[in-house]
Design a protein around this ligand. Structure first.
Ligand SMILES: NC(=O)c1ccc[n+]([C@@H]2O[C@H](COP(=O)([O-])OP(=O)(O)OC[C@H]3O[C@@H](n4cnc5c(N)ncnc54)[C@H](OP(=O)(O)O)[C@@H]3O)[C@@H](O)[C@H]2O)c1
Length: 365
């Protein structure tokens, strides 16, 4: 066998993953791939053209290496051109179709597993339809995201002298996939939990017609009953964002696709973890509230010398937790639908967190 054949064979057998990204901030993110185009096109035209743009190959990910086994994997970033706004407003079927086309691109690259980033995992049924229409397994990355953001919030709170066991925590977007799982994990660790949602029952309030087509979202009362049954903390519900003003710790994970938390909503000295992509927290909070600690949740340090081949605006060596979940599964050689659907299994959250720790993934500070 010639050295070049051996190299090709060794590349073929390397464990791998692909991960779907999409523009969150149209101008900024299009500029990362097409600087000239982003300069001349107004945002409205970027939104318009992105409907007709085909899926894109973005980069080859290298250098992810397990600290436990020394195994190295590779990956590919592929982009679904829809912006977050389009993912929310277009019919879920139209969005699924484009994400599945992006998945086909990953299959042609010989990817063994597809991770769904940002709104590609939020839309509709949380990856189920997408997995049904692809030949490779799919994961939303939500299990590791939940583990990482809850741990990051607890660590940040303790670092600021907040004692979680006597503190009030608020979860914004508490009826969502990530929000509801975070609320369940936080409940035994805090004194009181405020669950913030948009509506108390289906078809009421501002919450109708998100366009994300969420199908199995638990309502606030169900969430409250479920957590109260465990008897670990006091639970209150609210549909007013203003009520987070009573919280020492805030975890926000909505699919609003625009800032909903403003400086006046936050308690003095609050610790806030913003999981949402795009952010739930207004940039004004950083400008006007230096008493508040804001952490961007869901980021991890990747073991090895990772090169994502694309500038996400993250410091070198970091990745989003949802992307890291695909990396962990590839390091384990576990090519299976892992986090899928809107109900996150707490057992899976604990398992993927344990596997991530084993391979050397760490919460970014
Ligand atoms: N950092 C990471 O690594 C990472 C990974 C994955 C996902 N994410 C982000 O996490 C967020 C949540 O994802 P998910 O899958 O949990 O979404 P989801 O299941 O659709 O839940 C979203 C929640 O947000 C609420 N919501 C939507 N629009 C709102 C508004 N205008 N005001 C207040 N609440 C609103 C929804 O309420 P209704 O029930 O009333 O619709 C629902 O409770 C997304 O922004 C996603 O991009 C981050």
């Amino acid at each position: 066998m010639s050295p070049s054949t051996a190299l090709v064979l060794s590349l073929k057998v390397m464990d791998n993953f692909a991960f779907v990204i999409h523009p969150l901030d149209p101008k900024r993110d299009v500029a990362r791939k097409y600087p000239l185009l982003a300069r001349v096109l107004p945002t409205s035209l970027i939104h318009f053209f992105s409907r007709f743009w085909p899926p894109l190959y973005i980069s080859h990910v290298t250098g992810v290496r397990s600290e436990a086994t020394g195994k190295e994997i590779e990956g590919w970033l592929v982009a679904c051109p829809f912006t977050a706004r389009q993912m929310v407003h277009l019919p879920p079927r139209t969005v699924y179709k484009k994400i599945v086309q992006t998945g086909h691109l990953a299959q042609r690259l010989d990817a063994h597993l597809l991770g769904l980033g940002a709104f590609t995992s939020v839309v509709g049924d949380g990856g189920v339809t997408i997995a049904q229409n692809l030949d490779i397994p799919v994961t939303t990355g939500h299990s590791l995201t939940v583990a990482v953001v809850v741990e990051a919030l607890m660590k940040a709170a303790r670092g600021r002298g907040v004692r979680p066991e006597s503190a009030t925590a608020a979860v914004v977007g508490a009826t969502g996939s990530i929000g509801s799982a975070c609320a369940q994990l936080l409940a035994p660790m805090v004194a009181e939990l405020i669950l913030i949602g948009r509506r108390r029952s289906r078809g009421t309030g501002a919450g109708t017609g998100t366009g994300t087509g969420a199908v199995t979202a638990p309502l606030l009362a169900q969430m409250q009953a479920q957590i109260e049954a465990e008897g670990t903390c006091l639970v209150r519900t609210s549909t007013c964002i203003e009520d987070i003003r009573e919280a020492d710790m805030v975890l926000s994970a909505t699919s609003a696709a625009r800032p909903i938390i403003e400086p006046q909503h936050l308690k003095h000295g609050a610790v806030v973890c913003d999981v949402a992509l795009p952010s739930d927290v207004s940039p004004q909070v950083v400008r006007e509230r230096d008493d508040v600690l804001l952490i961007a949740g869901g980021r991890v340090d990747v073991p090895g010398e990772v090169d994502l081949g694309f500038d996400f605006g993250l410091p070198p060596g970091q990745a989003y937790a949802c992307m890291a979940e695909a990396m962990v599964l590839a390091l384990e050689g576990r090519y299976e639908d892992y986090s899928l659907g809107k109900q996150i299994q707490i057992a899976q959250v604990r398992e993927i967190a344990r596997l991530a720790r084993k391979h050397g993934f760490k919460i970014s500070s």
